[in-house]
Design a protein around this ligand. Structure first.
Ligand SMILES: NC(=O)c1ccc[n+]([C@@H]2O[C@H](COP(=O)([O-])OP(=O)(O)OC[C@H]3O[C@@H](n4cnc5c(N)ncnc54)[C@H](OP(=O)(O)O)[C@@H]3O)[C@@H](O)[C@H]2O)c1
Length: 159
């Protein structure tokens, strides 16, 4: 969904929440500001960069998807806080006022991903992570795996 569609939808009915892709490389500041203005809570999907989907898409499109957990800024801030890169990525999105739903099949990682409420990123760390945003180029899940989707008149992610 894009901002125009969200505003149009709100003219009909107010959604309980907006679930969109949000992570360090795709931070969606304008859409988040619009949701805030409309008092719609936002939930981030693929908050860790959806490695599995990125790998599948890379094999089909040849496009490269950076591993968010390996980004030097993320790793440096993680080391400083004695946390994992995943915890830094989740905390960054949470501090932006966005709920996160990371997926993991590993019990230790699930515990790790929940344990993000006992530390805080500083303003300068938030700015450093904010500077990682690549806008539309950072989007992973553009649904291009549905053939013809990007020529639909309501395709939301026109570049
Ligand atoms: N509404 C939509 O259109 C939409 C689209 C995409 C996704 N989603 C939903 O969003 C949720 C999450 O998205 P996602 O699965 O695409 O991506 P994600 O949560 O960004 O990434 C999941 C990947 O990260 C790994 N991971 C999880 N915790 C980790 C940790 N602490 N350290 C290192 N690696 C870690 C997982 O591997 P392991 O399992 O091995 O830990 C998995 O490969 C899912 O519930 C999905 O259904 C919704």
């Amino acid at each position: 969904m894009n901002e125009k569609q969200l505003r149009r939808l709100c003219g009909v009915a107010r959604p309980a929440c907006l679930q969109i892709e949000v992570h360090a490389l795709c931070q969606q500041p304008r859409l988040l500001a619009a949701a805030r203005q409309l008092a719609i809570p936002v939930i981030a999907y693929s908050p860790l960069g959806s490695k599995m989907l990125a790998e599948v898409l890379a094999s089909k499109t040849g496009r490269e998807y950076p591993d968010l957990l390996q980004l030097p800024v993320v790793q440096r801030i993680a080391a400083k806080h004695s946390r994992t890169p995943a915890q830094i990525l989740l905390r960054h999105t949470l501090q932006r006022g966005v709920a996160v739903i990371p997926k993991s099949t590993d019990p230790n990682r699930i515990k790790q991903n929940i344990s993000v409420w006992d530390f805080e990123l500083s303003e300068s760390e938030m700015s450093e992570l904010g500077a990682l945003d690549r806008g539309e180029a950072g989007r992973i899940c553009d649904f291009s795996f549905f053939v013809g989707m990007n020529s639909h008149p309501e395709f939301p992610f026109k570049k």
